[in-house]
Design a protein around this ligand. Structure first.
Ligand SMILES: [Cu+2]
Length: 105
């Protein structure tokens, strides 16, 4: 009886790696194609630790995939899923952390 349970568990665990990569292979290209990139001006950054706060605030927005903040140019480049968020919400998060951000044209 014990052996049967172990066998059943083994089969269950073996089944996972077979189905998981297939599911990823199907969804990954769609997700990558749907991502958007926006550059923001963040003029109120005054020292080299300000980008840490901006990056943290923007990264917390649901749907944001990556945030790169450049202190020298007072800008932030954000990659996000437009199905989950938008530039206005990301700018608002930055503003609430003390750094108003505007989309670069
Ligand atoms: Cu600072």
């Amino acid at each position: 009886m014990k052996h049967l349970a172990v066998l059943a568990l083994g089969t269950l665990m073996l089944g996972l790696p077979v189905t998981t990569p297939f599911a990823f292979a199907q969804t990954a290209p769609e997700v990558a194609a749907a991502l958007a990139e926006v550059r923001f001006d963040v003029p109120d950054m005054t020292c080299e630790t300000c980008p840490i706060t901006v990056k943290f605030a923007m990264s917390r927005v649901e749907g944001v995939r990556s945030v790169e903040v450049d202190f020298d140019s007072r800008s932030a480049t954000v990659i996000f899923d437009p199905a989950l968020t938008d530039a206005a919400k990301i700018a608002e998060a930055s503003a609430q952390a003390g750094y108003p951000a505007t989309v670069q044209n």
